[in-house]
Design a protein around this ligand. Structure first.
Ligand code: PLP
Length: 478
């Protein structure tokens, strides 16, 4: 590696595609930085997927990001389809967000006291997402789901949690659980360090399988506190809910006195102004005031919802919200304890609030169009090389599943995702990376676009595709 960028320059004069300053480089190669990081940090990373274990090779150490582009320590620039794993819907370092953060920071970093902007953010979310009557801010998606589960247990007085295989809700103990041997049998620890007794309070069911949900409620109904579900699954690659699945889940849970926690950490404010719930409940985007959730026969109202990523605009903000009578069981009003030194941090909230305010209908239209164009272009490139695959989509989130089975029909569950020809992805990923396109470093992740993915950025992706698709076509299973 010479440290010289080998990719075409982005179009000049466009604020989203300009090259970050050369001074952002560190003088060290990615390989050197990774070696040093591995000595200081477990695996060299602060979150596992960044380690490139499922694609091999050396992770890129990023030093700056702007618009649709990220730049690594060697000064190489990539069109980014990771978008910070979701938050950067406006594009990286959007000037409005940077200004809001800078302004907030200049007035103090953390007060440990209430601030006016926290209420503004809560009001904004409540105006957009009707099931959210009250909102509590936390710092990470993991905290949001962990707190929502505790709240559901405290509210119902029950202990058992239902989740779906392949859904990720963060890394709290009860959620790191693998399916037991039968449909309605309790889970086993999904990680070393998770006590078996804790995993045994979780039932892991196949996604999109209402029979399995019915069986679980039939057998354990009076013990189930809540069902937690990704509003549209996007942590095993993208696997959308079957039409009517989320609504049926709410009906089944309510029939047995259980709550539904719809996890929109990933989908919330990304797939639309009211998240996946908004898409499924046909809430007019950015409708003023409260929408009439639950009034039509095909709508549904989750009891609790969780948010992260976009709500923080790239800063550590996440939230849980929902029915006021449930939310009011949280301390200090109720007996369910939940707290956080940095919860509602003013600098982080400034980023989230500014991002949500800027994310208007035009932004979502741009995200949708970019996702459609890129998804189609990748699919065409695979088809041209005879690579059997399926594009999986949930709003503007998308990913690819490889193999004849996926090509034959919509993929609806984790077992099918796992049976794919996953070995086709690493050579594809690396060919794209070498050509200056940064994809999620695992086939089991969604691809994320930003509103800054303009024609120039998309053009660079399209240019890189034929060679990368050939690499996928000539891949051989190990
Ligand atoms: N829930 C979902 C649906 C997620 O996608 C994630 C993270 O990717 C989480 C929860 C956990 O969020 P965090 O990584 O902020 O703890």
């Amino acid at each position: 590696m010479t440290g010289t960028a080998s990719f075409p320059e982005p179009v000049e004069g466009n604020t989203t595609g300009t090259r970050p300053s050369a001074s952002s480089g560190t003088g060290a190669t990615n390989a050197e930085l990774f070696a040093r990081a591995q000595a200081a940090i477990p695996g060299g990373v602060n979150s596992p997927v960044r380690a490139f274990r499922s694609v091999g090779g050396t992770p890129r150490f990023l030093v700056s990001a702007r618009g649709a582009y990220v730049t690594d320590a060697e000064g190489r620039e990539y069109v980014d389809l990771v978008a910070g794993w979701g938050p950067a819907i406006l594009g990286h370092a959007d000037p409005r967000v940077i200004e809001a953060v800078t302004d907030a920071a200049s007035r103090g970093l953390s007060f440990g006291s209430s601030t006016p902007v926290e209420t503004e953010l809560a009001e904004l979310v409540e105006a957009r997402v009707a099931p959210v009557e009250k909102l509590r801010l936390v710092s990470t998606g993991t905290e949001a789901t962990m707190s929502a589960i505790r709240l559901a247990r405290g509210f119902t007085g029950r202990d058992v949690l239902v989740k779906f295989a392949g859904h990720y809700h963060g890394h709290s103990d009860g959620l790191l659980a693998d399916a037991g041997s039968g449909l309605a049998t309790f889970a086993l620890p999904g990680s070393a360090g998770v006590p078996a007794d804790i995993a045994a309070l979780t039932l892991v069911l196949p996604y999109n399988n209402l029979d399995a949900v019915r069986a679980a409620f039939a057998e354990h109904g009076d013990r189930i506190a809540a069902v937690i579900v990704e509003a549209a699954a996007a942590n095993m690659g993208v696997v959308p809910p079957a039409p009517g699945f989320n609504r049926a889940l709410v009906e089944l849970a309510h029939a047995h006195g259980a709550l539904v926690i719809s996890d929109e950490v990933l989908t919330g404010f990304r797939v639309g102004a009211a998240g996946w719930w908004g898409l499924e409940n046909s809430v007019p985007e950015l409708a003023e005031g409260r929408a009439s959730a639950g009034s039509a026969s095909d709508t549904y109202t989750p009891d609790l919802m969780t948010f992260g990523k976009v709500i923080g605009g790239g800063m550590p903000v996440a939230a849980l919200g929902g029915r006021a009578d449930i939310m009011d069981r949280l301390a200090p009003l109720g007996p369910v304890y939940q707290a956080g030194t940095l919860s509602g941090n003013p600098v982080a909230v400034a980023a989230g609030l500014t991002t949500l305010r800027a994310a208007d209908a035009a932004v979502y239209a741009t995200l949708d169009a970019a996702a459609e164009t890129i998804g189609d272009a990748v699919s065409d490139a695979f088809a041209a090389e005879g690579v059997a695959h399926r594009v999986q989509r949930a709003g503007n989130l998308f990913s690819f599943v490889f193999g004849e089975e996926a090509a034959a029909g919509e993929v609806r569950d984790y077992a099918t995702v796992q049976r794919q020809e996953a070995w086709r992805y690493p050579p594809f990923f690396h060919a794209m990376l070498d050509a200056g396109v940064s994809l999620p470093p695992s086939v089991f992740e969604a691809w994320f676009v930003t509103a800054a993915h303009d024609d120039a950025a998309i053009g660079r992706i399209i240019e890189a595709l034929p060679a990368a698709a050939r690499a996928a076509a000539s891949a051989r299973s190990a």
